[in-house]
Design a protein around this ligand. Structure first.
Ligand SMILES: [Mg+2]
Length: 233
């Protein structure tokens, strides 16, 4: 018998609302903008390498992504990228920061049903401004007892957050679309880790599913969460 769950952590991007699709469409726009100015193959790979290199400096989010787009543009054009293209990249970044929030299916009713019985904590990476804007626009803010916008999600993050806002990791559950950021480190901290795959997930968030872990589960969408909680307590 395990202690019952009192606290549930939710990832935000691509768990509660759409996110990655905006990055993908900006990336397509970026390729179109650059194609008259440079010959490149595997532009996505070049961009990913730049993003990876900058991650420790910029963290996760749209502003860092925009800077990485500019850096990649400079690289692939060998310094010849026109300033008009840079201006368009900056405009695309601003557009991303303004995009309307699109919540995913079953989110609203699931949070509503859980909010009375559990302490709900939103745990997300990304730009502070941007995440606060999306939470406000989503109308989901009132369901959460706490919001944690963090620069990284590792085992210590979940230990700290579930101690601060709940009864410790053992009595907590984390739900998200990233095995690497949401599921695996939460399980390492001693919590349950529930994987809700999204069709689009950033390449740097992929790791193997911890299928042998007793506290690992995978669900198709958030409507499966209530039955799962009933099953495991
Ligand atoms: Mg996510």
């Amino acid at each position: 018998m395990h202690p019952s769950i009192t606290t549930i952590g939710f990832d935000a991007d691509d768990t509660l609302w759409q996110n990655e699709q905006f990055f993908r469409s900006s990336e397509r726009q970026f390729a179109d903008l650059l194609s008259p100015h440079a010959k490149f193959d595997d532009l996505s790979g070049r961009l990913l390498a730049v993003e990876k290199r900058n991650l420790d400096l910029y963290g996760f989010g749209i502003k860092g992504f925009t800077l990485s787009l500019i850096e990649t543009a400079v690289e692939v054009t060998e310094g010849e990228v026109p300033s008009s293209v840079i201006a368009e990249i900056l405009a695309a970044g601003r557009e991303m920061l303004r995009h309307p929030v699109e919540t995913l299916p079953h989110v609203q009713e699931t949070l509503e049903a859980l909010a009375d019985q559990y302490r709900l904590v939103l745990i997300t990476k990304g730009d502070l401004f941007d995440q606060e804007r999306k939470l406000a626009q989503s109308g989901l803010g009132d369901f959460f007892d706490a919001v944690e916008i963090v620069s990284n999600k590792d085992r210590n993050t979940y230990e700290r957050i579930f101690r601060r806002h709940g009864d410790g990791p053992e009595r907590s559950m984390m739900i998200g679309n990233s095995l690497k950021s949401d599921v695996v480190p939460a399980i390492e901290a001693g919590s349950w880790g529930i994987f809700v795959p999204h069709e689009l997930t950033w390449a740097l968030e992929h790791v193997e599913a911890p299928v042998a872990e007793p506290r690992f589960r995978q669900i198709e969408h958030l409507a499966e969460l209530m039955p799962l909680l009933a099953e495991i307590g």
